[in-house]
Design a protein around this ligand. Structure first.
Ligand code: DGT
Ligand code: MG
Ligand code: MG
Ligand code: MG
Ligand code: MG
Length: 269
């Protein structure tokens, strides 16, 4: 086909190919969720419906897009890790990032009712920002996920004590903030335990550790109706191995998780 005289404008496109051999991480974060969570009356500090919806949307991203080996989410964010040898969309950062962001956002809206029911409608269309970060080694990638999980822990401990002081202790938000100024993790645990009889260790893992999604193989048995040569029908049980996304709320900072799931990461060399 003859090229038009306008064809040259293509040359203005910049190359954003992600460096080979690196894990490609796309992290999404809810835009202005401070306001979004207030307006939709999310439970404080953690809303289980919202956590469920975030995970459901992330699962949709893993199922619909190629080559994501692990995803980690907490609060209003989710990180998706593409395998280091992925060639999906020629590793173009903008393509990968925008596909992740739009699949996640549309799923968040699509599945909203499943988690919030008819009584709490979406008041306006939410959106998520995205960024791409490349990690060249397994150590760097594990440290990235550890960073996000440590962030989850620090914020959740703070928020748990803060909202307990307000909701159960009758403090104003300003008083609770003042009370927590300069406190260490041990002090926060102590406030929860001695003043409110709450053992932080027994709080739900999904809140303390966030959500890790990985692919797992499961044997599934189905009953199939088979036609025999003599036109008779017979029921047979067939077992097949299916890949499905599985959620974990465990520690990813230590080595145990990685030893139990050796197939997630590819070798460094
Ligand atoms: P951004 O990301 O710069 O556009 O602004 P924000 O407001 O999204 O800030 P960010 O992402 O640092 O903080 C997340 C906000 O979402 C924070 O205000 C707490 C809120 N949030 C996240 N999960 C929950 C939840 O389960 N319940 C409630 N009540 N709030 C939540
Ligand atoms: Mg932010
Ligand atoms: Mg946000
Ligand atoms: Mg955030
Ligand atoms: Mg097109």
């Amino acid at each position: 086909m003859a090229k038009s005289k306008f064809e040259y404008v293509r040359n203005f496109e910049t190359d954003d190919t992600c460096l080979r051999n690196c894990y490609i991480v796309v992290r999404l974060d809810g835009r202005n969720f401070h306001k979004f969570t207030e307006q939709h009356k999310f439970a404080k500090p953690n809303d289980n419906r919202a956590l469920g919806l975030m995970s459901r949307s992330a699962r949709s991203v893993m199922e619909e897009l190629e080559d994501i080996v692990i995803a980690y989410g907490q609060s209003d964010e989710f990180s998706f890790v593409f395998k280091r040898t992925s060639t999906w969309f020629k590793r173009r950062a903008s393509k990968l990032m925008t596909h992740v962001a739009s699949q996640f956002s549309s799923s968040f809206v699509f599945y909203w009712k499943e988690f919030f029911g008819e009584d709490l409608p979406l008041l306006y269309p939410p959106s998520f920002d995205g960024r791409v970060v490349l990690y060249p080694s397994n150590r760097n990638l594990k440290d990235y996920l550890s960073w996000r999980q440590a962030d989850c822990h620090v914020n959740n401990l703070y928020n748990t004590v803060f909202w307990t002081l307000v909701q159960k202790g009758g403090l104003t938000t300003a008083q609770a903030e003042e009370r927590l100024k300069g406190t260490l993790a041990a002090d926060k645990n102590e406030i929860l335990f001695s003043e409110f009889n709450i053992n932080y260790n027994t709080e739900p893992a999904v809140l303390k550790k966030g959500t890790t999604l990985i692919w797992e193989k499961r044997d599934e048995t189905v009953t199939k109706c088979m036609k025999l040569p003599n036109a008779e029908e017979k029921e047979v049980v067939v077992t097949r191995s299916r890949r499905r996304v599985q959620a974990h709320h465990c520690d990813v900072i230590g080595e145990q998780f990685w030893e139990e799931h050796p197939d997630i990461l590819e070798d460094d060399n």
